[in-house]
Each structure stands twice: as structure tokens, then as C-alpha cells.
Design a binder for this molecule. Structure first.
Ligand code: GLA
Length: 388
């Protein structure tokens, strides 16, 4: 793989050495959805799918980018002196945003680079291809310019800053954190309020994690995401009139029920309810996994989906078709939408002996009902970003 990338790199940018290679994974979130910007907990793991980057230093300040996923765009050229968002710059706004965020923090980028990118995360699938590109860029810059004191947690935060303030999606920290900090065969139990985290081994006895890609992406993704976030922020302000809290993640379900009438709008009340209940559910789910109670973990995933569908309203018809089929199938312990929503993927826990049937039956019925194929990935949990 690496040889193929280096060959392509040299075809594009010329022969010569000094070429370095990096990888940053995508992620799947097992439970804890839309909690990361509400001061709650999340439980994602890194995939073995992700984004590869090949880079060589330049002596001037030019930046040249090429993606093997968007070959028709050719080489996109810019400069370190021109780090501003630009629609025509297409996907390169992600790495440019990270460079901008480095410079903003005083990490000076002394020279330009030639960069080749290849990713094998299906784009628009909700498995964090953009976060993986951001973390990849962060690691590439950290290594290239010798920013040794910069931790990978900071690389994740820089990626989030780039996404929020350069690319305009007000995402939380989960995706970049999972990509930067993932650990093989473990999920990350992250408290987004404090950024304290623990690795929890994902031991599912005789079951596997299966991702199903609905292959739909609704165009409202970013704007609807930002709307949900605003609704939660307003609900928090209303609750703060009665309670000394800094985030919805600080509330128990009982406290929420006692004070929910402070939230004047019924829709906003449901959004906040999801944030509070989903956070508590995530804490219980991680406990269940630690106690080897995979069945309870699965049931909590089902509850999570219900809440995301009814109260948070980030599901869609195609995803509900997938989840309903999965939840009704023997051998499936739990199934839910994963990621930001409005399309993308589901994540399910499926007993080993039911995986083949899951893929063939759901695949067939989905095609009949929706009119296009779904894709399935049996998950291997991988490590976070690394030099290769
Ligand atoms: C997207 C965002 C994350 C998180 C999820 C929902 O993936 O990037 O920060 O909010 O949606 O849990």
C-alpha cells in the first residue's frame, strides 16, 4: 500500500526522497450520541478504515494537495500565506483549516509541502472521514515541524477548532478525539466536560460489531446539526435560571424531570431530555460492558436509537428501516443510528452465527424497500493516528 502511494506521489510531484507517510482512522460511536457538545459522555472506537497522507517538504511556502479520491480535481495549489476558507478549494479546506489553527496557536509552519491523500472511509457515511483528515494533518504537521510537546489530545482539539471555525460545522470533540486517541480492541469512554477518558476493552463474547451504511446523506446535515446544538444551548440557559449547572451533562434524569418545565418550548425540552438521558444511558452501558452484560449494552443501544429518533429527531426513513429490521432479527443484541445523523450508518451488535444472515436478509429487504443497496462492514477496532 505504502509503495503504491509513494509511486503515485512521485508521478505527481517528481522523484526524490524525504517522503513521509501517516494514517488517521475514522470512528464508529457505540453509544453516547449528540452528548459531546452537551458536556456528556461518549463511547466511540477507532476503525481500521481511515485516511492516509504522504508528504514531502518544499523550500518555498507553496502547498500542493492531491487526493486519490477526487482525481478529477487534479492538484490543488495554495500557499501558507493564504489560509482562508474558499469554496473552490474543495476538500483541501480541511487540511488548510488545521494549518490555520496551528498558526493561530503560535505553531509556525516554516515551509510549504506537497501532499497526497487517500481515504477508504466511504465519504458522507458518518464515519468521520473529515475528522480523520484533520487529525492526519495535525499529526503530519506535528511530526514535520518537530512540535514535540504538542499532545495528540491537543491535535484533536486543533482539528475540532478547524472544523468549527474554518469549516463552519459546530461539531463536538468526539470524532477528532477518537481518531487521535483510539486503541486497538478498545472503545474510549470520554467525559467531554473534562476530557478525562478511559479505554474499555470491547469484549463481546460471541458477537461482532456490524456497521450498515444506508448510503443516504441528507443535504441539511450541517445546518440541522448546528440547529440541534443551538436548541440545547438555549435549553441550558433556561435551566440555569433554576440550577447552578454548566452543561446538560451534569444533570441526572430525576433532576431533569424536576426542572424541565423551565424549558419553555416543548421541542427544546425533548432535545434536552435526549442529551440528559443519553448521557446517563452511556454511563450505564459502559458499566454493563465492564460486567460482561452485552445483552444490556444492546438494549441500551436500542433505547438510544428510540431517543435519537423521537426526541432528538436526527434519524430518517432509510435508517429507521435498517434499525427496525435489525432490532427484530434473532441474534441481534442492539442496533442504532451512529454519528451526526440524517442518514449515514447504523451500528449493530450481532452474534457471530447471525452475521451472514444479517447481511444477506437486511441487504435484500433494504434494496427492495429503498431502491438502492446498503453496505456492511464487520468492524475491527484499530489504533489512533500514527506515522507509517
Ligand atoms: C458528529 C459530530 C460529533 C458528535 C456526533 C453526534 O459526528 O462531529 O462531534 O456530535 O455528530 O454524536
Amino acid at each position: 500500500m505504502k509503495e503504491r502511494f509513494i509511486q503515485k506521489f512521485q508521478e505527481l510531484y517528481g522523484k526524490g526522497g524525504g517522503i513521509r507517510a501517516y494514517f488517521a482512522p475514522g470512528r464508529v460511536n457505540l453509544i453516547g450520541e449528540h452528548t459531546d457538545y452537551n458536556g456528556g459522555h461518549v463511547f466511540p472506537c477507532a476503525l481500521t478504515l481511515g485516511t492516509y497522507g504522504i508528504v514531502r517538504d518544499r523550500e518555498d511556502r507553496k502547498l500542493r494537495f492531491y487526493s486519490m479520491n477526487f482525481e478529477s480535481l487534479g492538484i490543488i495549489e495554495t500557499s501558507l500565506d493564504d489560509l482562508v476558507p474558499d469554496e473552490a478549494a474543495n476538500w483541501t479546506n480541511y487540511p488548510k483549516g488545521v494549518m490555520w489553527a496551528f498558526e493561530k496557536r503560535g505553531y509556525k509552519l516554516a515551509h510549504g509541502m506537497d501532499i497526497l491523500i487517500y481515504g477508504n472511509i466511504p465519504s458522507g457515511s458518518g464515519l468521520s472521514s473529515s475528522a480523520s483528515l484533520e487529525v492526519l494533518t495535525g499529526l503530519m504537521l506535528k511530526d514535520t515541524f518537530g512540535f514535540e510537546n504538542l499532545t495528540m489530545v491537543e491535535v484533536a482539539l486543533i482539528g475540532q477548532d478547524a472544523e468549527n471555525n474554518f469549516n463552519g460545522c459546530n461539531c463536538g470533540i468526539m470524532d477528532q478525539f477518537a481518531s487521535a486517541m483510539g486503541k486497538k480492541d478498545h472503545a474510549i469512554f470520554l467525559d467531554t466536560n473534562t476530557l478525562n477518558y478511559e479505554y474499555a476493552p470491547v469484549i463481546l463474547k460471541d458477537a461482532k460489531i456490524v456497521i450498515t451504511n444506508s448510503k443516504v446523506k441528507h443535504s441539511l446535515v450541517d445546518s440541522a446539526y448546528n440547529d440541534r446544538r443551538n436548541e440545547c444551548e438555549t435549553a441550558l440557559k433556561e435551566l440555569q435560571a433554576e440550577l447552578p449547572i454548566h452543561s446538560l451533562g451534569e444533570l441526572t434524569q430525576e433532576e431533569f424531570e424536576l426542572h424541565k418545565e423551565a424549558i419553555k418550548d416543548p421541542v427544546r425540552q425533548r432535545r434536552a431530555k435526549h442529551a440528559v438521558y443519553e448521557n446517563q444511558r452511556t454511563i450505564r452501558a459502559v458499566e454493563a460492558l465492564r460486567e460482561n452484560d452485552v445483552e444490556l449494552f444492546g438494549r441500551l443501544m436500542n433505547e438510544s436509537h428510540q431517543s435519537l429518533k423521537e426526541d432528538y429527531q436526527v434519524s430518517c426513513r432509510e435508517i429507521d428501516i435498517l434499525v427496525d429490521m435489525a432490532q427484530a432479527m434473532p441474534g441481534v443484541l442492539g442496533s442504532r443510528i451512529t454519528g451526526g445523523g440524517f442518514g449515514g450508518c447504523t451500528v449493530s451488535i450481532v452474534r457471530n452465527d447471525a452475521v451472514d444472515g444479517f447481511i444477506s436478509q437486511i441487504g435484500k429487504t433494504y434494496q427492495e424497500k429503498v431502491g438502492h443497496e446498503a453496505e456492511f462492514y464487520v468492524v475491527d477496532i484499530g489504533d489512533g493516528a500514527k506515522i507509517i
